[in-house]
Design a protein around this ligand. Structure first.
Ligand code: AP5
Ligand code: MG
Length: 215
């Protein structure tokens, strides 16, 4: 199965993708995570992407589509893909069709996380992740069971994203509205779009997504 999780910054794409990975053994393909890894490693892609990401703008279509193509090429054909944060423009949606085709895959679902933008700023500014395994947390909504210790791997190091400040979040939302939301009709034509209430609690959102996948 190949699915896209679509929604503005903070909608819960990464949170839900991690849960689907654990439950169904699918693979999360997050262009944001790939770009952050490239920035950290100081690769040519990372050097190009750093300032763009810090400003909350979109990295070029060519760069992100190449990242996705490489990841899919390295994956077993029996492993399902969860596209998290990709595609984000019409050009990327067109590239994804071609990339999937070349791997004999097809899109099964596009799941839109429907959220109230005003609540997202709080979600994003409170977000942190384990520096070792990447598990996501939130200052208010999902704290580690034992303060300062990751539930999943026991690490005591956590990190926050440099683009998770209010000003950059507003730019990221404007980018979503202008360039990403308009790709929905592209998929609606194929009848594969489902909407989920992304303001519900995390478990309810997971249950709603699972119901769509089991349909
Ligand atoms: P990316 O990393 O994709 O960031 P984003 O789209 O802005 O989305 P986020 O990761 O911020 O949100 P999320 O939906 O994953 O939310 P999460 O689950 O963490 O992209 C970053 C940058 O990289 C872009 O700005 C761009 O520059 C570049 N980029 C990436 N892909 C690109 C592409 N394809 N093309 C061009 N450029 C690209 O949840 C947020 C918080 O809320 C967490 O703390 C979580 O615990 C909490 N939370 C989640 N769900 C709930 C809930 N139901 N109730 C309460 N709290 C919740
Ligand atoms: Mg994310």
């Amino acid at each position: 199965m190949n699915i896209i999780l679509l929604g503005p910054p903070g909608a819960g794409k990464g949170t839900q993708a991690q849960r689907l990975v654990e439950r169904f053994g699918m693979r999360q393909l997050s262009t944001g995570d790939m770009l952050r890894a490239a920035v950290k490693a100081g690769t040519p892609v990372g050097l190009k992407a750093k300032a763009v990401m810090e400003a909350g703008e979109l990295v070029s279509d060519e760069i992100v589509s190449a990242l996705i193509s490489d990841e899919l090429a390295a994956m077993g054909s029996d492993v399902g893909a969860i596209f998290d944060g990709y595609p984000r423009t019409e050009a990327q949606a067109v590239s994804l069709e071609a990339i999937l085709d070349s791997h004999g895959r097809k899109l099964d679902h596009v799941i839109e996380l429907d959220v109230d933008e005003d609540a997202l700023v709080e979600r994003i500014t409170g977000r942190f992740t384990c520096a070792s395994c990447g598990k996501g947390y939130h200052d208010r909504f999902e704290r580690p069971e034992k303060e300062g210790v990751c539930d999943k791997c026991g690490s005591t190091e956590f990190k926050r994203r440099p683009d998770d400040n209010e000003e950059t979040v507003r730019t990221r939302m404007a980018e979503y509205r202008a360039k990403t939301a308009p790709i929905l009709p592209f998929y609606e034509k194929n009848g594969i779009v489902s909407r989920v209430d992304g303001m519900a609690d995390m478990d309810a959102v997971t249950a709603a997504i699972e119901a769509i996948l089991n349909r």
